[in-house]
Design a protein around this ligand. Structure first.
Ligand code: ATP
Length: 400
């Protein structure tokens, strides 16, 4: 129907990019990217109208996103004929707009399109040998200036190579090494680097991606303080183990996995060094302060738990030490202290203690005649503590 709609408006419509790649690889992918040889925004508006969805457009880029009633998002772009700024570009006059659109993409395997127009429905459009590369399981850029145009493609190459088990082609590998040698990464904005790092952290095997980045000296190219060291690698390996352990528990909420890996990558940095990294990655003042505070909280909590263990405190004290800690901080504490009792204590908190609920509320205290005020919070806290320590303290006056 999306293709018929294109036909009515006189435009060819294609589904492109990762969706087509994953179709050929038989990988599930629900991110639909459409390219219209014509006015993509008008097409998106019409698509939204017919399906009863909504759409948001970015007229400057001639793109739009349609949100269908079931929540499915469809990205729509306009294939434009425009002159390419780079010397490697072919004269645009010779290219159809879909070919030009595909030529701007990162790797051959992502430069496939599938016709949706009714008369050619399902025909593959493959100008750059993508089907052969998928068969040979190889990632290749489309031209030799690809990494000059956009160095983030180097990180994308590693990410896709790890995800699909594809090798990086010989020429592409040489171009990566050349790009690193010529410090292309230095010019790259921190936000774009961080965006790519986050995508790496959200892959199934972030650590192997980071090792590949290290082999290409990419981490040091972002900033020397980010280079992998044996101790960082050990922590990142534990981060992976802890995340897998936590996933198997099926408890909500799920942690922000990227944050755990990021903390791991910053292991061993002192606060000044961390501030340098936060600046390099363009963190906002607030983000940088929040992350620095979390790192401090992790250190303080670890110290608190060591003290608690030393003076053999009750379980409630452990609960109150860990309760203010975000889940990511607690999991990172486990990863940072493998094979130590501390790991066991934090896991006890996450699996058992933090789920303790008490039935007493402020209203109950009121009914018992306790005068309203700040004492309520203190009393309720002690009820929780008592419940955790297994004490049968129920009477209000005992708690005062
Ligand atoms: P994923 O499965 O990780 O979402 P994807 O291939 O769908 O992978 P997206 O980042 O969603 O990747 O991008 C969609 C498409 O846009 C890609 O398939 C690729 O053709 C193109 N693309 C994305 N980023 C770049 C880039 N930096 N340079 C060139 N083309 C890109």
């Amino acid at each position: 129907q999306a293709g018929e709609l294109g036909q009515q408006t006189g435009h060819a419509v294609y589904v492109v990019g990762g969706f087509v790649r994953d179709l050929l690889l038989k990988h599930p992918n629900f991110d639909v990217d459409l390219v219209v040889e014509g006015d993509g925004v008008a097409y998106a508006a019409e698509l939204a109208r017919i399906y009863g969805g909504r759409y948001k457009s970015h007229p400057k880029f001639k793109t739009a996103v349609v949100i269908l009633p079931d929540g499915q998002r469809v990205d729509v772009a306009t294939a434009r004929l425009e002159y390419y700024e780079y010397p490697a570009a072919l004269p645009t006059v010779e290219l159809s707009s879909i070919k030009m659109d595909l030529y701007r993409r990162d790797f051959t395997v992502n430069a496939l399109a599938l016709h949706l127009s009714p008369e050619r429905f399902g025909d593959l459009v493959d100008f750059f040998g993508a089907q052969r590369d998928i068969k040979d399981r190889v990632l290749r850029v489309l031209h030799s200036l690809s990494f000059v145009e956009d160095p983030t493609r180097i990180v994308r190459a590693i990410r896709f190579s790890e995800r699909f088990g594809f090798r990086i082609g010989g020429q592409t590998d040489r171009l990566i090494k050349n790009a690193v040698r010529h410090s292309f990464f230095h010019k790259l904005s921190g936000s774009r680097v961080m965006h790519e790092l986050r995508l790496i952290f959200e892959e199934k095997t972030p650590l192997s991606c980071l090792r590949r980045m290290q082999d290409y000296k990419l981490l040091a190219a972002i900033h020397p303080l980010l280079a992998l060291t044996p101790s960082k690698e050990a922590v990142l390996l534990e981060v992976e183990n802890v995340i897998n352990w936590y996933r198997l528990l099926y408890i909500e909420p799920q942690p922000l996995v990227w944050m755990l890996y990021f903390l791991g990558l910053c292991t061993g940095l002192d606060p000044e060094q961390f501030a340098i990294i936060a600046r390099r990655l363009n963190f906002s003042k607030r983000q940088a302060a929040e992350m620095a505070a979390l790192r401090q909280q992790i250190r303080d909590t670890a110290q608190g738990i060591f003290n608690w263990e030393y003076h053999k405190g009750p379980p409630s004290e452990l609960y109150f030490l860990l309760e203010p800690m975000p889940l990511e901080g607690a999991l990172y504490l486990m990863a940072r202290n493998p094979r130590e009792p501390l790991q066991k204590y934090v896991s006890l908190h996450l699996t058992t203690l933090r789920h303790k609920r008490v039935e007493v509320t402020g209203n109950d205290l009121k009914a018992l005649g306790v005068e309203a005020g700040p004492r309520y919070a203190d009393i309720l806290r002690r009820v929780v503590g008592a419940a955790i320590d297994g004490l049968a303290v129920c009477r209000a006056e005992q708690l005062e």
